[in-house]
Design a protein around this ligand. Sequence first.
Ligand code: C2E
Ligand code: MG
Ligand code: MG
Length: 732
Amino acid sequence: MTEFGPGLYPPQPLVERDRVRILLVDDEERIRDAVMELIARPGREILTCGNGNDALRVLATQHVDLALLDIRLPDMTGLDIMERMRGSGLSVRVIVVSADDQVDSAISALRYGAYEYVRKPFEPAALRRTVDNALEQLRLQRENVGIRSRLEQSERLHRYLIDQSPDLIYTLDQGGRFTFVNERFNRLLGFTREELIGHHYSAIVHRDDVKRAEFAFNERRTGQRASSNVEMRVRRRGGDGTPCTIVLSAVGLYAPERRQTEEADDAEKPSEQRTGFIGTYGVGRDISDRKRAEELVSYHAYYDVLTGLPNRTLFRDRLRQAIAQARRHRTRLAVMFIDLDRFKLINDTYGHVRGDLFLQQVAGRLRRQLRNSDTLCRLGGDEFTVLVPDLRSPDDAAQKAQQFLDALRRPFVVENDELSATASIGLSVFPDHGANEDELIRNADLAMYQVKRRGKDNVGVFEKEMSSLYSEKINLEGELRRALQRQELQVHYQPIHEVSKGVVECVEALVRWNHPKLGQLDPARFVYIAEETGLISALSDRVLDCACAQLGRWREDGFAGVHVAVNVSPRDFERTDFTERVAQALARHRVPADGLELEITENVLIEDVDAAIDKIRQLRKQGVRISIDDFGTRYSSLGYLQRLPVNTIKIDQVFTRELDEGDTHSPIVHAIIGIARGLGLHLVAEGVERPVHRDALRRLGCHSMQGFLFSPALAPEEATGYLRRMRAAPLA
Ligand code: C2E
Ligand code: MG
Ligand code: MG
């Protein structure tokens, strides 16, 4: 409902009219003229008639406020006119003007409801007074009606606004029983007013949230100290259907009139102990949609959608915890790396759809072999990992791995085709084969790789000799250190387009390493090494410096609207001097802070949320913009997001890929777009490779895009050329 209820709009004028219309009926023209002269005033319109029929005609067609009726008229009496007026429901004030011999009829005219009578020949002052009085009374009466109807209207308006409110609004008495609920209770939860008034609030609270609800619903405090935004679930009528999640804010209500002594006594006390408490007033906001979006996003962050198994992130979390426990209790744990043999063949022969069904069945069989404390995860593709805590001996793990192989040996039936599978499993054990989750996973992977090389379908345990790959990392580490000193790292720039305007709004700085032997290396090969070894801060300083210098050059070249985005590692964020280093880089190249955007990932929030939020605030205060990179793939909590003063969310490539068929139904993309809108954040989609992605995103209302469809990351000179071309001819 968007219209006002009937009669509410447009509002009535306060006093209908300041003008009044007077009808003067007398058969003698002389008298008419005399009276007219007597009572004429600005704002009074005076109509005159010499007989009854004319008078009736006027009354039938025009609104008249006051009539001065002569009793005796040529065609009828003044009384007849009054009777006819009454018959047609006209309420006109009447002053009867009568000669002495008509006193009786004048008196019956009063009985008929005439306001007053004036005897002829009249005394001018008396007639004038009578008319003035009649009109004054009329004015007061009108004003009264006006006030009353305004009051009614304002009450109706308030009630209307309260009923139309998207929030649940209610009051409770001292006993916690509803005394008022707005319409929203009915529309959202299905309860009518009658069903709730007089009932205790607990009737609508979800049973698991009763404790929390008690706190908010029994609120006696007022002002700042009253409870606000307490999250809880409330039932829908009939108890079925998913409960609705609301945030509730409530305040205590106090009687307005209290004796002065009471007031004085109370002034010292906190409000909850004051007298005159009459109940509570509360407002509940439905946040079910936000809740669903939040759950969806965090589900995607932790679970694999195809199999419903935990994903890499959740697995690493659990593994980290299990390692901490094993350390404390001096126990062992095992990590298994499972890779199906020849899965690619199955996928290529039977197609992706059946490939996926097959993977689901494999996951199901593996899952049935688990103990409660084990965690099975799908890393992606046909790779699974298992965490087995509390090992009695390393052999235990090998035995369990054997069980997995056996479980897979029975054939699978996928849409009438019989498929068979074997797997290669590698094992590593804490603390023997690694001290942290990265080492354990990598070593289990190496062990699996050996099994593959030695003929597949078997189990292998990690051995130290397997770690020749490990040596690559050690080598790279040394080389990276040197490369940083010799400034062999370069920064490339990838444009981010605002497609509705066709212009480049931002350019992301991406680091590249020109390795003398291995050629150009992508960050995936070396950034993690930098992070593990602490070289990252030198790397970040270098990238930040290059990016600010480049931004300065572009600004000089007149690319005033372009921003540069720089990726920030969680390790950078931990440094206490991080914000200073950013400020210094900006100052060194004399570029404005708002030309720089820092891309952080949600991971920066894992360690110390408050410190991270604090840093983000400082950066924002400097003027630097902040975006959240790879949104939805990491640890996600909208609760934090609301507290973070960030500007932008970047949708990760994996979600853009969900739009592959030009399909705009991806629930996760919808959820992310909804979140960005809800929080008023700018949104950028990454990994836009195909026109279908661009078009689907446009349809969903996301207009800022980055991806190979527009351009890969370019060396600085090329990037400048690109900006020039786009300035000369923006994308159509
Ligand atoms: P990111 O920040 O999400 O950067 C986007 C990555 O996606 C870049 O990979 C880019 O080349 C790639 N990309 C862009 N468009 C497309 C597309 O349409 N399709 C596909 N498949 N990929 C696309 P790159 O340069 O390899 O960087 C990978 C990641 O390494 C970055 O992801 C970022 O997290 C990190 N990184 C890059 N430079 C730095 C840096 O200077 N410092 C830090 N700490 N991390 C960096
Ligand atoms: Mg990035
Ligand atoms: Mg990204």
